[in-house]
Design a protein around this ligand. Structure first.
Ligand SMILES: C[S@@+](CC[C@H](N)C(=O)[O-])C[C@H]1O[C@@H](n2cnc3c(N)ncnc32)[C@H](O)[C@@H]1O
Length: 204
């Protein structure tokens, strides 16, 4: 049984997701072997829908890993669009660059290597969509910069803000995550829900 979405429902959703792009499947498998927490195909599909719905031509991603979510995002861009994606792990960034080539989207992707909290000062917006999937303790410190970088009416999408339910007091019999990370996400969610410049919805 999944903690938030039951396994049977996850299997149902996965079964409806007919897209079996071999490159994406291979990258997902490589991510699993390396123990990387990549988004799953259903979240990839959601990112693609959101990017398309806002007519995104400029997207920023924090946390490239090996390029899986980036490929979903870049695939939603028009030929003149651009995904800027940030990764501090050099080896992963190199793998991501190779994967963007294999997926045929490299002409629309710029991979920046380094700590996003420093690199965010160097990029110029506006972005139509920003996908925040970096380390949890940076979510809150980076938020106001991301709000400045997103265009009015654009989207800031943050992965995993329920932390498998761990942000809900009493949901887990025993904590499985670092308390600092759980606290950081809790504070982030509270800030989001009261942020004067944001309209927020949390999707389990
Ligand atoms: C959850 S993984 C990203 C998964 C990826 N978005 C996907 O779904 O395919 C998080 C990645 O963010 C990177 N990261 C975390 N904090 C970062 C930071 N401050 N700056 C740059 N990269 C960061 C980590 O090295 C890791 O590769």
């Amino acid at each position: 049984m999944g903690l938030i979405v039951p396994d049977a429902v996850e299997r149902y959703l996965a079964g409806l997701n007919q897209l079996a792009d071999p490159v994406l499947l291979e990258i997902a498998r490589a991510g699993e072997q390396q123990g990387l927490p990549l988004v799953d195909a259903e979240v990839g599909g959601l990112l693609r829908v959101l990017a398309t719905a806002v007519g995104a031509t400029a997207i920023l991603e924090i946390g490239t890993a090996i390029g899986y979510s980036g490929i979903w995002l870049a695939a939603a861009l028009p030929a003149n669009g651009m995904l800027v994606t940030m990764e501090r792990d050099r080896k992963r960034a190199a793998q991501a660059r190779e994967n963007f080539v294999r997926a045929g989207v490299a002409d629309r992707v710029t991979v920046m290597i380094g700590d996003a909290s420093l690199m965010l000062a160097k990029v110029a917006g506006p972005f139509d969509l920003i996908f925040q999937d970096g380390d949890k303790r940076s979510y809150l410190p980076m938020l106001d910069r991301l709000v400045d970088l997103v265009r009015p009416g654009g989207l800031i999408v943050t992965d995993n803000v329920l932390w498998d339910g761990e942000v809900v007091p009493g949901f887990m019999a025993q904590a499985t995550r670092k308390a600092e990370d759980t606290r950081a996400i809790t504070e982030y969610n509270e800030r989001l829900s009261r942020h004067p410049r944001l309209m927020t919805s949390i999707v389990p």
